[in-house]
Design a protein around this ligand. Structure first.
Ligand code: MGD
Ligand code: MGD
Ligand code: MO
Length: 829
């Protein structure tokens, strides 16, 4: 059966119901450019999506050397052929007319075109000068969760062993630093315990601050298919907004933002009080139960009701569902991670699973989610605040082992302090100790908090800024050198999704103009800098994606993220494969911790942990006495109120986040016509009762102000919790669709004009989800509705004059349950 579905109007497509314990049925979704039939496609090239952390496997259709469409890969374990709206339409951005095609360099205050040699020699010369004058600590690298594994690994070796700087972090700090930290705190090591297959087996699925319907839409299709099959799961949703998840939930808790720890402590309190805990599991596999039980003893549902503003009865209902689950799958994402007690909250979700013995069995798993497509690799490769292969910077053995892999002296690798986190790097740049910042694959002039501050840091004369991107973004406009990068579909590499599935993404077409793969740029830099190992040989001896992958495998030997059983060939043709993949597990590993806790032994663990309130590091001596046998750690945390309280001047809470149709700062989705049209501009969500007291209606133009700054957008009245405003953070000042920038009179529309420079003390992840704000009317609507989708959490709470979101003729995705796919795929190597 083949049907064409408007996937802007019906983002999750048709249902393929299945029963608990069955395999999710395959279905091939495809979308080809107008006027292109499947028979005219010349080649299908294997890839996977990089517009979220799901890793939806897909093939790129190529005709006349151009991308003309995509189809889902039915053989893949992750998506079984399905595509989400961004997967189906986002690829069109690659061919945008305004791609960067030549390097740019700042001359007399203006960015002008130059050649690669001049650009790279300028970057290398500045690096050499700084190394000589100010030492390695004057150079920082701020990278991404969207490049490929090979690129991060090369950058890490260049930065840590070549330059010798401790200042290397990713925008993963804004994204999944808390996921990593929570896993380290509970299990001693990063590594996702669960698997997406757990959706097939769970009888309860709990989503904490995770709008999976909009942010991993293909896994939401899977949940929807289970809900329509026999023996459907019960859903628990913790989110202050009326997401599609909330609407489908058995129990929806909509807490005041910034109160997750109170709510979770109350849930744990109830589960312990009703003795719905697995005593044998706790005894065999954990330490810390008594402290946890004591900490949550006073956390009754009535106590939490006062803090979270959620009825106690509702909390008890949720505890009952969680406590009676036979197979519980929980997920957590930014509603948990981007707040002041991020790690403390995320760890309580791990605790829930440890108390109930819900780990390592089909359907019983935790997904401390990633957001970005390749964030897992940033972490594994050490391009964020960890050493490669989840090595412990405080463990001299681990550092020595890494030094051996790189053939350098251990002292070459900075490990005198924890690697510098991104927020601290920007602080150092502000204060003047960092003098060169190389930004790759991220747009901090839109995505970091408190944008006026970020702009002023990046604009300083004394700071040399290199930006490596596809477009002249808000950030690139502030650079001294801009390097044009090739991206997905134009380069080959591997990456790993949120459930440890490694995919290969092959090159399908040539990059535009002189744009180059990030790998080639980093390799060129390493060569110009002439980085050497301790015997005088080249520090970086690899030269292309596959040889880099082989080098990375040597670094991953015997580590939790062991890639030694994988090759490019093995990843071509079939499904992605979950690490660890090695001699013991040649087909990969679906779940971690099937047989107890594996990586928390003091000699093996990635960290000795931190205090959940202050973030202070635990010493090795303390760790050995707390957890001598390497069990899971039940870590308790007391609730602390959010840092910024509402006040007379700022009476609302403000939270920010995503919509289904856009990805981050929209450099790609803003250039895909169907996606752009579905949500073309910023809006402000508020509740019907707040609208009434403020005298606001759908479409009114308002200003949202915080102590840091203000933005303007049109009102959408939704069933969001009263007292809370929501603004999507996708809209910077550069209009991707019209190609126009702001003039002095254009009012700001970026959510991050208002957000605060503040972070979770443990994971150092910034707080995008809680601020205090005021809302004031600028101009009544003249019948113009907010440019917000009606299909998502931003659906109007009542008939409002907003037109239903539709894609029309160009938004058709062909859904085919006849899945005999022609598997001939070939890359351009
Ligand atoms: N369409 C789309 N998909 C994406 C992305 C995208 O930009 N667009 N980005 C990808 C990336 S990098 C990421 S990190 C993920 C993010 O994926 P999600 O975390 O699912 O997305 P967000 O919208 O940031 O936040 C999720 C929810 O947190 C809720 N929330 C806010 N404050 C609180 C709170 O205090 N407590 C609780 N419990 N909930 C709260 C919000 O109402 C929101 O619905 O999405 C990935 N997928
Ligand atoms: N207020 C608020 N702010 C937030 C969040 C929030 O919820 N609220 N969420 C935070 C989170 S979770 C995240 S992940 C960040 C995301 O924030 P950013 O990473 O800044 O957002 P992107 O738009 O994805 O930026 C990626 C950049 O890399 C470029 N790019 C894409 N592919 C390639 C490539 O192959 N090579 C190179 N060199 N460049 C490439 C794109 O054109 C784009 O400019 O935002 C954070 N900021
Ligand atoms: Mo993210």
């Amino acid at each position: 059966m083949k049907t064409s579905v408007d996937r802007i109007a019906r983002p999750w497509g048709s249902r393929t119901p299945y029963a608990r314990g069955e395999a999710w049925p395959a279905r091939a979704d495809s979308h080809l450019a107008e006027g292109v039939g499947p028979e005219s496609v010349e080649r299908w090239v294997q890839a996977a999506s990089i517009l979220h952390s799901d890793g939806d496997a897909m093939d790129i259709a190529v005709k006349d050397g151009r991308m003309v469409g995509v189809r889902g890969r039915v053989t893949d374990r992750v998506n079984r052929g399905r595509l989400g709206p961004k997967d189906a339409f986002g690829w069109q951005a690659n061919a945008s007319q305004d791609r960067l095609t030549k390097p740019l360099i700042r001359r007399d205050g203006r960015l002008v075109e130059t050649d690669w040699d001049t650009a790279m020699e300028t970057v290398a010369a500045r690096s050499r000068d700084l190394l000589q004058e100010r030492g390695p600590g004057s150079i920082g690298f701020y990278t991404s969760g969207q490049l490929f594994l090979e690129e991060y690994y090369t950058l890490t070796v260049a930065a840590r062993a070549g330059i010798g700087t401790n200042h290397l972090d990713g925008n993963t700090r804004l994204c999944t630093a808390t996921a990593a930290e929570a896993l380290k705190e509970s299990f001693g090591c990063d590594g996702q315990p669960g698997s997406y297959d757990d959706i097939d087996h769970a009888d309860v699925i709990a989503l904490f601050g995770h709008n999976i319907a909009e942010t991993q839409p293909v896994q939401w299709m899977r949940v929807l298919d289970r809900l329509e099959g026999s023996d459907p799961p019960r859903l628990v949703c913790v989110d202050p907004r009326p997401t599609r998840v909330a609407r489908a939930a058995t129990v929806h808790l909509a807490p005041r933002v910034g109160t997750n720890v109170a709510l979770l402590n109350a849930l744990l309190h109830e589960i312990i009080r009703t003795d719905r805990i697995d005593h044998d599991y706790i005894k065999a596999h954990t330490v810390g139960f008594d402290e946890l039980a004591k900490m949550v003893e006073h956390c009754t549902p009535e106590w939490a009701e006062r803090i979270c503003d959620v009825p106690a009865a509702r909390i008890m209902e949720a505890a009952e569902v969680l406590g009676t689950a036979d197979r519980l799958l929980s997920t957590a994402l930014q509603g948990i991670y981007q707040s002041h007690q991020a790690t403390a909250a995320a760890v309580q979700i791990n605790n829930l699973h440890l108390l109930r013995g819900m780990l390592g069995r089909p359907g019983a798993g935790v997904l401390q989610m990633n957001g970005q497509p390749t964030a897992q690799n940033t972490r594994e490769c050490g391009a964020n605040g960890d050493l490669p292969g989840f090595r412990n910077w405080q463990n001299d053995q681990h550092v020595a082992d890494l030094a051996k892999v790189w053939n350098v002296e251990p002292m070459t690798i900075p490990h005198y302090a924890p690697p510098t986190h991104a927020m601290q790097m920007f602080r150092y740049a502000e204060q003047g100790s960092i003098r060169m910042l190389w930004i790759s694959g991220t747009n901090p002039a839109v995505s970091l908090p408190e944008l006026s501050r970020i702009r002023s840091i990046l604009s300083q004369d004394r700071l040399f800024v290199v930006v490596q991107d596809l477009f002249l973004t808000e950030t690139a406009q502030l650079a001294d050198v801009v390097l044009p990068a090739a991206t997905w579909g134009e380069k080959t590499g591997t990456f790993t999704n949120a459930d440890r599935t490694v995919h290969l993404s092959d090159k399908a077409v040539e990059p535009p103009g002189e744009a180059k793969p990030d790998l080639d740029i980093f390799l060129d830099y390493a060569q110009r800098m002439d980085f050497r190992d301790k015997d005088g040989g080249p520090l970086i001896s690899w030269h292309d994606p596959e040889s880099t992958f082989e080098a990375w495998k040597r670094c991953s030997v015997g580590r939790p993220c062991d890639y030694t059983g994988l090759t490019y060939d093995k990843l071509r043709g079939g499904s992605g494969i979950q690490w660890p993949c090695n001699e013991q597990a040649p087909q990969g590993t679906d779940r971690l911790y099937t047989d107890g806790i594996a990586w928390a032994q003091p000699d093996m663990c990635e960290t000795y942990g931190k205090d959940l309130v202050t973030g202070a590091s635990v010493s090795v001596v303390e760790y050995r006495s707390l957890n001598p046998d390497g069990k899971a750690m039940l870590k308790a945390a007391e609730f602390l109120p959010p840092h910024e309280a509402q006040s007379d001047g700022y009476p609302f809470q403000l939270t920010t986040g995503r919509t289904l149709y856009h990805f981050h700062t929209r450099t790609k989705t803003g250039r895909a016509p169907q996606l752009n049209a579905a949500a073309p501009d910023v809006w402000v969500e508020l509740s019907p009762s707040d609208a009434e007291t403020q005298g606001l209606d759908e479409g009114d133009l308002v200003e949202v102000a915080s102590p840091r700054g203000a933005l303007r957008g049109r009102v959408r009245i939704t069933d969001i919790r009263p007292g809370l405003l929501f603004v999507p953070f996708h809209y910077g000042y550069w209009d991707t669709a019209s190609g126009s920038g702001p003039d002095d009179t254009t009012p700001a529309r970026a959510a991050n004009e208002t957000t605060i420079t503040d972070w979770d003390p443990v994971s150092k992840q910034p707080l995008f989800k809680t601020a205090a704000a005021a809302v004031t009317l600028v101009e009544k609507s003249a019948g113009q509705p907010a440019p917000a989708p009606t299909t998502t959490a931003s659906a109007p709470s009542r008939p409002s004059g907003a037109r239903p979101t539709e894609g029309g003729a160009t938004a058709g995705v062909l859904e085919s349950t006849d899945t005999g796919q022609d598997d001939t795929v070939g890359g351009t190597r």
